[in-house]
Design a protein around this ligand. Structure first.
Ligand SMILES: [Zn+2]
Length: 329
């Protein structure tokens, strides 16, 4: 009920026009090798997913209506994190799985509603139950190609080891990204850069230490960018600001640690400058999201969205799939 009907006629026509334009551009770009059957086949299978505006948007355009090939879902999973991303090249990404490993859990329901049976890239930001439990469901029921993990061993549980050995048994390709790495989630125009992780073996039962290993990734496509920070806390935020500075700037922020007081620090928000802030949160005893984090986000100029109030949220919003804004001139 939160989204306008995607299938209204005007957007469909525009999508068709865009797809046709992209096909033409692609053929020219790849000529002459594109004329072999395999390349043509790839073009046609890729075409529906790649929909770009014909003209670059004007500078004052809102950021959230020009990247329809790049869709991010902040899945409502209760108190925990799970973000599902459709990439313009037809691949998909799942960042964390939320706190429920059952077939009736929020993530399982979301994936089956969307008929997702295969995930190209699964990321476990850090080994806490509100992030990995849903991945147990994913590894058991879906085909996973690549698994991005930290080498943080949470000594408070053996469930993280169990998940990791399940991935190994299944033969999933395992990646330990390091800060500064660019992930090859193209071709298709999506840039994926890692700003934080724990690629070297480390172990702790301390919640903060485990949080601070969170794989932090910025995805950028055309004029839209989204920063996923897991449960990174303010000291890691400070380190990222020091190391990467303006590279952190992103239109959309997946708010750190469910809106905890110890994340979303002022200097970090000053570097990110988010226009939209999405909080993955459910009923909890931690006071998430905290008033202090909400105030800092508001002060930074971000519109705040919460899965506990609004259910699963989508960026760009389905309602904004309509015409791209006309060029200013
Ligand atoms: Zn968490």
């Amino acid at each position: 009920m939160h989204h306008a009907n995607k299938n209204s006629p005007a957007p469909l026509i525009l999508r068709a026009v865009f797809s046709a334009a992209v096909l033409l551009l692609s053929v020219f770009h790849f000529a002459p090798s594109a004329l072999n059957a395999q390349a043509l086949d790839q073009l046609y299978t890729a075409a529906p997913a790649i929909e770009i505006p014909l003209a670059p948007p004007p500078q004052n355009a809102t950021v959230y209506n020009a990247a329809p090939g790049f869709n991010v879902f902040f899945v409502s999973v209760g108190q925990g994190d799970s973000e599902y991303i459709e990439l313009p090249n037809g691949e998909n990404v799942l960042i964390d799985g939320g706190p429920d490993s059952s077939e009736t859990g929020g993530l399982a329901k979301f994936l089956s509603q969307k008929n997702v049976t295969r995930i190209s890239h699964v990321v476990l930001t850090h080994p806490h139950a509100d992030h990995y439990k849903g991945l147990q469901y994913v590894f058991s029921h879906l085909k996973v190609e690549n698994f991005y993990d930290t080498r943080m061993d949470n000594t408070g549980t053996s469930a993280d080891e169990a998940l990791r050995s399940q991935a190994k048994t299944l033969g999933v390709n395992l990646v330990y990204p390091a800060p500064g790495d660019k992930l090859s989630w193209g071709p298709g125009g999506v840039e994926a850069k890692v700003f934080n992780s724990c690629p070297l073996a480390v172990s702790s039962g301390d919640g903060k230490a485990v949080n601070n290993c969170s794989i932090t990734i910025r995805l950028a496509y055309q004029n839209a960018s989204v920063l996923f920070v897991g449960d990174s806390q303010s000291d890691v935020e400070a380190r990222m600001v020091e190391t990467f500075g303006a590279e952190l700037r992103s239109d959309v922020l997946k708010v750190g640690h469910h809106g905890s007081a110890h994340s979303s620090s002022d200097p970090f928000l000053a570097a990110v400058q988010p226009k939209r802030a999405y909080i993955e949160v459910g009923q909890n005893n931690y006071g998430h999201p905290t008033q202090s984090a909400l105030s800092r986000l508001q002060k930074a100029g971000a519109a705040i969205f919460r899965t506990d109030l609004d259910g699963t949220l989508e960026f760009p919003e389905a309602a904004s799939f309509g015409p791209a804004p006309l060029p200013a001139q």
